[in-house]
Write a protein that binds this ligand. Sequence first.
Ligand SMILES: Nc1nc2c(ncn2[C@@H]2O[C@H](COP(=O)(O)OP(=O)(O)OP(=O)(O)O)[C@@H](O)[C@H]2O)c(=O)[nH]1
Ligand SMILES: [Mg+2]
Length: 353
Amino acid sequence: MRTAPAGSASGRRGATAGRPADNFAVPANLTPPYHDAQERFKAASSHDEKLQALREMIALLPKHKGTEKLFADLKKRLAKLEGEVEHAAHGGRHADPGHVKSEGAGQWVLLGGPNSGKSSLLAALTHAHPGIGEYPFTTRAPLPGMMSFEDVQVQLVDTPAVATGHTEPYLTNLAHNADGVLLVLDVTADDGEESARLLVDLLERARVWPRGRPLPADAPPFLAVRPVIALGNKCDQDDGTFAEIAREAIGRDLPFHAVSALSGEGLEELRPLLYRTLRRLRVYAKEPGKKPDLAAPFILPEGATVNQLAGRVHKDVAAALRFARIWGHAKFDGQQVDRHHVLSDRDVVELHA
Ligand SMILES: Nc1nc2c(ncn2[C@@H]2O[C@H](COP(=O)(O)OP(=O)(O)OP(=O)(O)O)[C@@H](O)[C@H]2O)c(=O)[nH]1
Ligand SMILES: [Mg+2]
C-alpha cells in the first residue's frame, strides 16, 4: 500500500493507520480540474459521488512516468469502489439511495418541490404504489416504477422533494446518471418561481446540461447532456397565471407540458414523449424460418446497426454474422443487408450466421 503525503492522513474519518481513506500521493503537474475532482472525491457523501469523482480523476490524470504509481493506486481504488457499489445494488448493507438500477428502455428521474405531485405522477403512470400526502416530504427515498408504452417499458424514479435546506445530497447523482430528467412544478403553488430556481440550481450541481441547449465554449467538464422536460402539474386547478412565470424561471428553451396526475390530463401524450425522447429503437430479432418474438423487442440506441443487434443476441452470432434480412422500413420485405446497415424503429431482423 502506498504511503500518504505528509500531514494528510491522521485524524481523517475512516482512515486507518498509514492508509488514508481519501488521500493520494501527489506528484507534480496535476491540473486544476484534477484537483477539483479530487476535492469532490474527498467531499463525496455517497458511493456514486465517489465513483464519479474517481473516474474523472483517472481521466484527468496526466499520463507520464511520474504519475504511474498514482494511476495504479486510483485504478485499485476504483475497482474496490465498483465492487462495493455492485454489492450495494444487490441488497448489500450499504445500499446507496443515489443509485437506482436502470431498467427497460431508459430511466427518467422526477425532481420537484414538496407536494408538487411527483409521487402522484408515478402512481398515475406506472404500477408503483408510492406514498402520497397533502403534507410536504411524504417521499423519503427514491422509488422506481415502470411505465408502459406500446410494447416497451420506461422507468420513472420518484424522489424526495427539492427544498431549501432539505434537498437530499444524492439527488445530484441520481439526476446525473439518469437518461432524462423531469422537473415537476406545481402550477397552483405560490412559490413556483422559487421552486423552479431550486431545480435549475440542482441541475447545475448535478452537471446535467439540457440536450438541445447550445454548449458554451467554457462548459465545465463531464457534463451529462440529457433531455430535460418541465411538467406543470395540477393543471386541473391552473388559473392560467402560473405557467408563464414558471417557464421563465425554469428556462424557456425547455419543453414544458401541462399535466394533471389527478385528472389524467396530458398523461397519454406524456407516455410517447418520454419514450421517443430517449431516442431508442425497438428491433425484433428472428431466426431463419421462424417467427419473430414481437412481444420482446431488443432496445438499442438510435443509429444502431445490424452488428449491434447481433452482439446483443449473442457474441457468437455477432462474430459469425454473414448478412441479415430486414422487414420494415427497408425498400422491400426481406431485403438483404450487411452488418453495417443502420436499423430503424420496429425493424424485424433475421440474422444469418
Ligand atoms: N388537484 C391536484 N392535486 C394533485 C395533483 N397531483 C397531486 N396532487 C395532490 O398534491 C398533494 C401532493 O402530492 P404528492 O404526489 O404526494 O406530491 P410529492 O411531490 O410526491 O410530494 P413529496 O413527496 O412531499 O415531495 C396530494 O394531496 C395530491 O393528491 C394534480 O394533478 N391535481
Ligand atoms: Mg412524494
